[in-house]
Design a protein around this ligand. Sequence first.
Ligand code: 2AM
Ligand code: CA
Ligand code: CA
Ligand code: CA
Length: 259
Amino acid sequence: MNSDELKDTVKVVRNWLVEARDNVLRKIDSRLKVDTKSGRSDLVTNIDRANEQFFVSKIRQFDPEAKILGEEGFGDQVDNIDGRIWIVDPIDGTMNFVKQRNHFAMMISLYIDGQGVLGFIMDVINNELLYGGPEYGVYLNSTKIDEVKNTNLSDGLIGLSGPLVINDNFHMQDIAQTSLGMRIYGSAGIDMISVFKGELIGYISYLKPWDFGAGKIFAETLGLKMTTIDGQQLGVLSSKPVLLATENAHRDILTIVKK
Ligand code: 2AM
Ligand code: CA
Ligand code: CA
Ligand code: CA
């Protein structure tokens, strides 16, 4: 995409997010319809569904040829990375949304032939939007992020997912002990905003494309690393434990994982 197309796309998607945020805030005190998916901690609400339908209809109007990969299934069946793919997580941190009405995000990303072009993560309650990509640069609201300090694991806080720590998968407790402390926020989007603000040195969780699509683009742009937990390249359509970290912390964590 040329720079005018990028600017136009950013403007359009930001408008969708503003409208979606208004829609969610308007309904935030209403009674939710909550259903379980794979288990009792894997939830979906009427708002997740309505919000995904909203984004899917906006994307269809704006970019009719593109494929859409949406968590709640209102997009397309996407089985290869060819062409333009929009990835949508309408509410990230649904458990937080249900229990706290706080600490949840909306995430959208655009890939072309497997290359990340633009990503968007919005912290709905804090009204913080992280957006951009390799050609556009990465911004937090109106402030450009030029670099994220390359901190070691032992000098920072690490964001982890509850199940990985409880089960001590991949020596997760050793990783937590080596860091200055672990934080479990319960939303990949909120964790990733914290990583790109330099508040966490990394984040580790089992993630699907809609969980990591936007974050992977910011990592590639800002020189952080996002790979599978064993350091392999992370494909856009993969569904694996993911390690996002500063370059130094990524190295430190892989040393522990491979012990
Ligand atoms: P979600 O809320 O969009 O499902 C903590 O639960 C984080 O892991 C959230 O970002 C959540 O995204 C994501 N996640 C991925 N797979 C999950 C699952 N099976 N159950 C709960 N959360 C999941
Ligand atoms: Ca979910
Ligand atoms: Ca998610
Ligand atoms: Ca979700």
